[in-house]
Ligand binder design. Sequence first.
Ligand SMILES: Nc1ncnc2c1ncn2[C@@H]1O[C@H](COP(=O)(O)OP(=O)(O)OP(=O)(O)O)[C@@H](O)[C@H]1O
Length: 243
Amino acid sequence: MMNSAAGPAPAIRISGLTVARGGHPVLHGLDLDVPVGSVTGLLGPSGCGKTTLLRSIVGVQRISDGRVEVLGEPAGSAGLRHRIGYLTQAPSVYGDLTVTENLRYFAAVLGAPATDPDRVIEAVGLTAHRDQRAARLSGGQRARVSLAAALLGTPELLVLDEPTVGLDPVLRRDLWQLFCELADAGSTLLVSSHVMDEAVRCDRLLLMRDGRLLAADTPAGLLARTGAADVDAAFLSLVGSTS
Ligand SMILES: Nc1ncnc2c1ncn2[C@@H]1O[C@H](COP(=O)(O)OP(=O)(O)OP(=O)(O)O)[C@@H](O)[C@H]1O
């Protein structure tokens, strides 16, 4: 989707974003847009700055320079709190509560509809485990409880940090299907991954390396531009042309 002057405003607009962590520069003046109602994949090797970028978007990262605008407001604005769902890499669930109890609790905190816990439990494929305590779930199941919590209240923007890590291929496929359905219904999704083969499921890709953006394109555009057969090869070709 193009963002012409007449087109819809992007869900996320970032210019000159510079971040240092622990005294070291991590993001070096990033410029990017994320269009509304799309699934954008944020791809890049471990340590390239994906989580730092996502933290800047949800407004929990101290930034050195630049502008981060989310849904028309500066990142971190109080008004955005109920409009964004954020899945961190570490599942945040209460081990001594069941799946349903966890989600009822988070729904109450968020003021989400009372029917939401059932809906999101089904969406992430945990209905059969709904009465199990979270401490007894597998790592992948616990991660899905966290994902379900991010879906409560049907946020306009979902920021998901490696939501499919450690999941089997069937579940990964089902979750990507869910992400596409959410985008079709109008939500905007920004999904990080270091698994390049997930890229084909995205409408758009942001390829990062060493705190810089290598490319922002559709999967097809990226392959056409690099002449590569897959996103992995496209990434390597872009790395080769910049290093
Ligand atoms: N709390 C911190 N203090 C200092 N440096 C940090 C901190 N967190 C991350 N970093 C550094 O910032 C850089 C980017 O980290 P970040 O977590 O954003 O990468 P990432 O692309 O999300 O990696 P991964 O895919 O492994 O999660 C890394 O070099 C990392 O060592």
